[in-house]
Structure formats: C-alpha cells, structure tokens
Design a protein around this ligand. Structure first.
Ligand code: UD1
Ligand code: UDP
Length: 374
C-alpha cells in the first residue's frame, strides 16, 4: 500500500478492469496527466487478465501501469463483485483518495461504486445514463446502481441526459460530455493504420469483408442464440469473408463447424481492431463499444440484440437491431445494412467534438477543488 507523497494535489482513484474500460480510461488518463492538477491512482481489478484482453491495451494506448492490480479474475457475478469490493476497500482505506472515477457498466464498475459510496468517497461515472431498459442484462443493473450512488454523472449523449432526468436525478449532477470512445478513435485510428498489419496477415482486401464480435452473455450462454449467430455468420461467409476475433467467453462455447471463409482469430489489440473496423464493409456485433466504433469508422452495423443503449444510431439508420432468434432474420438485417447508404456526414456531433476526455479531466479538477474549499 502507498502513502500519499504528492499530498498537495487531490487524489483521484480510477478503477478499471475490463477491455472497453482500458480504451475509455486511456484518453481520460492522458488528459488528467496533461492538466496536472490531479494525481491519478489507477486500480486494475483484474476482471480481464489475458494479455490480449488487458496488457496489450496498456501497451498500445500507453496507459500508465496500474499502481494496484487486485487480481480478481473470473467468477460468478456475486463472487467477482464481492471480491473486488473486499480488495478495493482495503486499497481505498490506505490510499485515502479524494474522489473515485469509474467507467461503463461492468462488475468492476458496480463493485467500485459500492465501495466508494460506503466509504463516502465522492464518485464520478463516465457513461452515466445509458439504458437498454432490459433488466435481464447484468450491465443494466450495474449502470442503474452506479448512477444512483454517483455524485457526478458524465452522460455521453442527449439520450443519456434525458434518461437521467426521467429517473429524477438532479440536473446539476448531470454533465453532458460527449463520448470518450470517440476521442480514442480520433486519436488512435491513424496510428493503427501505420502500425497494424492485420489485413495483410489475414489476406483481406479493404471494404470487401465483414467483421464480427460476439460476447454478450445473453447470446453466448444461450445455446440457441449462439447457434443462430454461428449459422448466420457461416451463411454470410458464402457472400464475403467474415472475420471473428473471438472473446474468451465465446471461445469456450463455440462448438460449431466453421466454414473456410469464416476466419476465427483470438481477440486482437486495439490497433488491429481499429484497422479491421475501418476497412470492413459491414460490422456484425453485440458489443456496445463496437456499435459506436462502426459509426466512427463509417461502416454500417448490425447489432445482435433486441435493444441498445445507443438508440440514436438505430434511429439514424447507421445500425440495425437483429435479435438472434433466427438465422434468416440476422441475414436479412445484414443484407439491408449492406444495401443501405447511411449519410454519416449528416449525423452531426452525436458523440461530442472529440474532447470529451479533456472536458472530464478539467471538470474533475475543478470539482475536487470546489469540494475542498467547502
Ligand atoms: C464483461 C462485462 C461486459 C463487457 C465485457 C467486455 C460484466 C458483467 N460483463 O463481460 O459488460 O461488455 O466484459 O469484454 O462485467 N475470460 C478469459 N480471460 C480474460 C477474461 C475473461 O478467459 O482475460 C473468460 C472467463 O472464462 C470468464 C469469461 O471470459 O468467465 C467472462 O468474463 P467476464 O469478465 O466475467 O465477463 P465478460 O463476458 O468478459
Ligand atoms: N476490441 C478489441 N479487440 C477485440 C474486440 C474488441 O480491441 O478483439 C475493442 C473494441 O474496439 C472496443 C472495445 O474493445 O474498443 C469493446 O469492448 P467489448 O466489445 O469487449 O465490450 P463492450 O463495449 O460491449 O462493453
């Protein structure tokens, strides 16, 4: 455990643990370092731990090494959440942060939010107000509880702001920021183009293949849903090459015959992922982050879910929902997306101006100094 050597600067304890959180925290951590009014202490819960689910993101996105890695690993919801809470409570008691920052909707987010609330550490939540309105989704519970105990709600979109107001949150606790994942895409896509050799490795021509990702529990842990997804991707691969970087949750359940034109690979780092996304003709996914990245890279998207937290993309015709209830309906959505010509340039600033991270860093520094003056 560390003491507080830089006691002059307020201490912000950031808790991350899963792949999408590394992407989000990268740009905010860089902005905090630049602003220099805060000391950031990074805690990695260890929820994701394989090198291609964690280490590679720290390396490529130049995230400073976490001062604490709780090493929690995989487990049931209760075990994972509980073990993170127990370990994080001890870190907080020793490190005495002035504030805590969490991202998104994973079990790491929920556990950290509960610890901060119980220890009376002011809490800020990046990606507040997102709702799928589907309470069978573990992430929906994590978001709702995290928002409820947060002091600062960093809402990425107008829809997120509206959701929070609708749920009765105080207007002055909600801050519309734009989306930090948009900042990350702006910052790293060009670098990815020069660094990644994935297209060559997989012998892919630009704008002639589909990229797919599948990891949502409702799709992977439901045998029929996963069979429909596998069947649809196999059928799509008769039309165009399909690349599927497979999440470890899905790898364990993938028992299907895989046609030659459907290439399954291990999860890739963010440079390869941005490259695969930006050169794809179609993206098929159940990921929250990948739906948005499809839009950032101006690629039509099919989302293998009944609902989404990013409805503005569906309403704008950039994304189509295709619940995995049948192979044919997924394929129809893919055909429609391929035939569509969404006007990406007319979408406006749905996700901000590309400096959401800078805004969050400045807001936090101002906010903590305001708290200290009280
Ligand atoms: C978690 C989040 C989900 C997020 C996703 C991002 C929760 C409830 N879910 O889902 O919201 O979209 O991360 O990817 O927090 N595994 C490995 N190696 C790893 C990590 C996981 O093999 O480095 C395997 C384990 O078998 C584990 C399974 O993947 O049981 C699921 O991991 P877990 O972190 O529990 O959930 P995700 O599906 O990754
Ligand atoms: N991602 C990646 N490699 C992969 C799959 C995803 O770098 O093989 C990135 C993706 O570009 C996005 C983030 O991981 O930035 C999304 O994470 P994920 O889909 O695991 O979670 P979600 O966004 O659904 O919570």
């Amino acid at each position: 455990m560390t003491s507080n050597p830089g006691a002059a600067r307020p201490k912000l304890l950031t808790v991350i643990g899963a792949r999408p959180q590394f992407v989000k925290a990268a740009v905010v951590s860089h902005a905090i370092a630049k602003d220099a009014r805060l000391e950031e202490v990074l805690v990695h819960t260890g929820q994701h731990y394989d090198d291609n689910m964690s280490g590679i993101f720290f390396e490529e996105l130049q995230i400073p090494a976490a001062q604490f890695n709780l090493g929690i690993g995989s487990g049931s919801h209760a075990r994972q959440t509980g073990e993170i809470m127990i370990a994080l409570e001890e870190v907080c008691i020793n490190a005495q942060p002035d504030m805590m920052l969490v991202y998104g909707d994973t079990n790491s987010t929920l556990a950290a939010a509960l610890v901060s609330a119980k220890l009376h550490i002011p809490l800020a939540h990046v990606e507040a107000g997102l709702r799928s309105f589907n309470r069978t989704m573990p992430e929906e519970i994590n978001r709702m509880v995290t928002d409820r105990v947060s002091d600062v709600l960093f809402a990425p979109t107008d829809t997120a702001v509206a959701n929070l107001l609708q749920e009765g949150f105080a207007r002055d606790s909600i801050v519309r920021t734009g989306d930090v994942m948009f900042d990350a895409a702006l910052k790293f896509t060009e670098i990815a183009k020069t660094r990644s050799t994935i297209l060559k490795q997989l012998d892919l021509q630009g704008k002639s293949y589909a990229l797919a990702t599948v990891h949502r529990a409702s799709n992977v842990d439901d045998e029929a849903a996963l069979r429909n997804i596998a069947g649809a991707l196999a059928a799509l691969s008769q039309k165009m090459p399909v690349v599927l970087p497979l999440h470890p949750r899905t790898r364990g359940r993938w028992t299907f015959e895989t046609p030659k034109n459907l290439t399954i690979i291990d999860p890739v780092g963010i440079f390869d992922m941005y490259r695969l996304e930006s050169a794809a003709q179609l993206i098929v996914t159940d990921s929250g982050g990948v739906q948005k990245e499809a839009f950032f890279h101006r690629v039509p998207c099919v989302t293998l879910r009944t609902d989404t937290e990013w409805m503005e993309l569906v309403e704008g015709g950039f994304n189509r929902l295709a619940p995995p209830t049948a192979i044919t309906s997924i394929l129809e959505a893919c055909e429609a997306a391929l035939a569509s010509k969404p006007d990406f340039s007319a979408a406006g600033h749905l996700y901000g101006d590309g400096d959401a991270a800078g805004f969050v860093a400045r807001y936090l520094a101002d906010w903590i100094s305001g708290l200290k003056e009280k």
